[in-house]
Design a protein around this ligand. Structure first.
Ligand code: HEM
Ligand code: HEM
Length: 187
């Protein structure tokens, strides 16, 4: 039981919901991005995967921007004292890098598609014009950024998941800051 004067020890329900929705979407978007580029797929399957990947990526972008706006007003609760300051600093930097890489991935994907003259079905449906000029060289640069930054994103996500599972194993209260995804949960 917490009183109204006790400092929060876990993320707000909105933060937790956004974390797990974005996490699931990113964990699905990466393999879809890799599979859709493989040889031997039928045209229909490739098109479906491209549509899922591009539009899912745009939704991730919107959710990350929403999350950053929400975070600016709702800072992370203080970590338990058992977490050494250096580890807390590294975790803070890693979380910042995760946000930055998600933005780089989503924006470079958008630029690659729009500069290449391709559709983003969801945005086309609401009549949103392309925000970048049609340019093959810009599309190629964005394609390179997208294909390169994914290695950093995957590496960081693996390290992040390993750290999260390590906290779960140690039962030091850090995993419970972000879990369960919805509702009040155990405080
Ligand atoms: C693609 C997948 C994921 C992404 C992009 C991601 C991203 C993030 C970010 C940016 C934060 C910092 C929240 C903030 O303070 O603003 C965070 C926190 C956290 N994440 Fe993830 N996450 C992912 C998957 C996971 C998974 C699978 C786990 C479980 C093993 C996990 C466990 C945690 C924990 C325990 C925290 C809280 C850390 C703390 O309180 O300092 N995350 N995540
Ligand atoms: C956080 C969001 C995103 C992630 C994690 C992601 C991840 C990936 C990955 C892993 C690949 C495979 C790269 C390769 O094997 O070379 C890929 C390819 C691709 N992605 Fe994304 N993506 C995201 C957002 C987007 C968005 C928003 C768009 C477009 C609106 C997009 C468009 C593409 C395209 C067109 C390719 C194929 C690139 C090529 O022409 O070779 N992606 N993405």
């Amino acid at each position: 039981m917490t009183s109204s004067t006790t400092k929060p020890t876990r993320y707000a329900a909105t933060t937790r919901a956004l974390h797990w929705i974005v996490a699931l979407m990113v964990l699905a978007t990466i393999p879809v991005g890799v599979i859709m580029l493989q040889d031997g797929l039928s045209r229909d399957l490739r098109n479906t995967l491209f549509i899922l990947h591009k539009n899912g990526g745009v939704i991730i972008l919107l959710l990350v921007v929403l999350r950053l706006g929400w975070r600016a007003r709702n800072p992370a609760p203080p970590l338990p004292d058992s977490v050494p300051p250096l580890q807390a600093r590294i975790a803070h930097l890693a979380h910042g890098a995760l946000y930055a890489l998600l933005l780089v991935m989503a924006l470079s994907g958008y630029v690659r598609v729009r500069a290449g003259g391709f559709p983003v079905e969801m945005l086309d449906a609401i009549g949103m014009p392309g925000l970048v000029p049609r340019s093959d060289s810009l599309a190629e640069t964005a394609k390179w950024v997208h294909a390169t930054a994914r290695f950093a994103l995957v590496a960081l996500i693996l390290a992040h998941i390993a750290a999260g599972l390590n906290h779960l194993r140690k039962r030091d209260g850090v995993f419970e800051r972000i879990w369960p995804p919805f509702g009040r949960g155990r405080v």
